[in-house]
Ligand binder design. Sequence first.
Ligand code: BLA
Length: 505
Amino acid sequence: ANYPENIDLENCSKEPIHIIGKTQSFGVLLVCDPLSFNVIQAGINTPEHFSLSPKEIIGQPLTTVLGEEQVENLRSILGKKETLIPQEVSVKGKKFLLQAHFSEINLILDFEPIEEIKDPFFFQKQLTRVLNKIQDSNSINELCNSAAVLTREIFGYDRVMIYKFDEEWNGQVLAENKIEELESWLGLHYPSTDIPSQSREMFLKHQIRMISDVQYTPVRIEPELSPLTGKPLDLSKSGLRAVSPIHIEYLTNMEVGASLSAAIIVQGKLWGLIACHHRTPRFLNYYQRESCRFLAQMLSTELALHESNNFINKTEVSGRVLTGLVDQLKQKGDIIEALSEGPVRFTDLISCTGGAIYFGGKWKLQGNVPSAPELEILMNNFLLHQEAGIYHTRNLATVFTPASDYQKEASGLLSLRITESKYILWFRQEVIQTVSWGGDPNDKTFYNEEKKRLSPRKSFKKWSNERKGISEDWKDFDVSAARDLGDKVSHTLLSKQRKEITGLN
Ligand code: BLA
């Protein structure tokens, strides 16, 4: 293909989705000067919602839309800094939910039409059941399944998925609940570029995103630049923010008519999403969206609990191994011997297929590992240049090419440097995996001449490939076990030196 220069998937993360300058059409956006309360910008769909043309509103006092009393009310609420609490207002006899927030010095007002809510306590009535279901789960898998089922029951989308990110921000569908007609995407993988970094950051901050009608006509905001700042409006905090055209094309190719995504955040990090799809347009009002956000938070808390229990269990086991190693270090004069020849060995500390110790110019190898000369080259040409004392990878050959000679036994490496001439290494073998993707991630994108931009892949049909040269990944508790052993060995070394200097025993 003939790509213009500088067009590659990196460009996805440069899509300026926060200053898109348009809104979705399910509501109306107005911008006010917070001092005068004059309307300075407006979405051009005011006629549909307010029966007032943009000309009748822009440059006019906000009272033109809301009347004296409601504006006065808004003023006093803003004074109290309760900006994010939405207010029910009426415009020409029609009811709206008004959400006010600041974007720089622009006062942004989101208006969403609101109908009489049939059962305002619908979600609250489900709460006990939701909590019980979520807290009763015995595993992360069961938990994710329950969350998918509950989300679909309560919010009624055609397909609900629990989508989890990996370390490289690729993702996988861990759980799914859907209407029968749709084909299953359970277990499928998707590349990181499908949800670029700026979109993930937005989820971390705002947690929920509704696209109520994928086939909507984007609504322009007039004038384009804020008269207060002279810049495009940052719409990050507005629920009405229009959608990146690339993503609209993506959803269209997926035959999705509406989506709702809620962030799953574990220990401050975006762990995944509750991703909901509907084949036709679907609108949830603000209160329903907040309920979904809340459900995602309950799921997040429970996931954090499962993950930390897992961590505690693993560290309990490695704690016992470490105690054994420390006893051996106290008893034996030789550190290599203490770590590799007693009833407990350093390779028992961390799940691995082999290990190596380099101490005082000598190698001690255990299990299935590369040869000493190969390790010597790895150490001198690669490990010595790593800044951190602990280095790990599940894919050594991609960062250090000579390692492709021994990738079968050593795709994964966890390295602990005690001093420049003292190393402990753990290896993990290659695990060849068949990975199924939602569409071939290699031809996901092409440059669309007509649209002058990237287009997402057309097909999301299952596509499988084999992953080679990759081991099981190293977990936080593996790294923390290595760190603990490093501390103990350093301590032993120090006290030995002290004894040698003072001659005490
Ligand atoms: C946004 N991409 C998203 C979002 C999801 C996905 C969930 C958040 C918005 C939403 O809720 O719809 C991706 N959706 C998925 C995946 C599954 C799913 C993986 O259901 C799996 C089942 N996308 C591309 C390419 C680019 C791109 C090539 O495929 C860039 C060139 C961009 N995706 C992109 C952008 C957004 C996005 C810019 C942000 C959209 C917005 O908020 O305006």
